[in-house]
Design a protein around this ligand. Sequence first.
Ligand SMILES: C[S@@+](CC[C@H](N)C(=O)[O-])C[C@H]1O[C@@H](n2cnc3c(N)ncnc32)[C@H](O)[C@@H]1O
Length: 143
Amino acid sequence: MDVIVSNAALQWVPSHLDLLPRWVDALTPGGALAFTFIDPFHLSSPGQSNFQWRLERELEKGKITAAEMKDLAGRVQGAKWVMLVNGGDLYIETEEIRHYELDQKKSCYTYHTQEYMKTLFPHAMILPPVSDMKQHCCVIRKS
Ligand SMILES: C[S@@+](CC[C@H](N)C(=O)[O-])C[C@H]1O[C@@H](n2cnc3c(N)ncnc32)[C@H](O)[C@@H]1O
């Protein structure tokens, strides 16, 4: 395969980074894998990070309270990656994610910082979001 592209989808798939080596293996030499990811701290709106934007949506939906929103925003500071499940279950750089039955998991957002992506994929190209999108793009070329 010459090119594999995933746009605005993987952030909902837990542990999706574990899938990537298999996809890179499937590429022909010179091919590329491109996928988007969301940096929690990137300011897509003036003065508001992607993670804060998500928390506000969860607050609007009544999934979290204003006090929980403040707490969650404080807890993610400095994290390399975070996962937010069902509005208020926050996992920070930990593999100890509790098991959810299919009908228990209503939402799941995974966030990775650009710095973390660079440490995982030092040879990848990290492209900034376009227009009002909140997602960066990581391009990994197979040599
Ligand atoms: C914003 S849309 C992007 C669709 C398409 N890739 C595009 O660029 O137009 C997100 C897509 O992710 C899919 N999706 C959401 N959760 C998923 C999951 N856990 N596993 C696989 N796909 C999922 C949705 O069905 C939806 O089609």
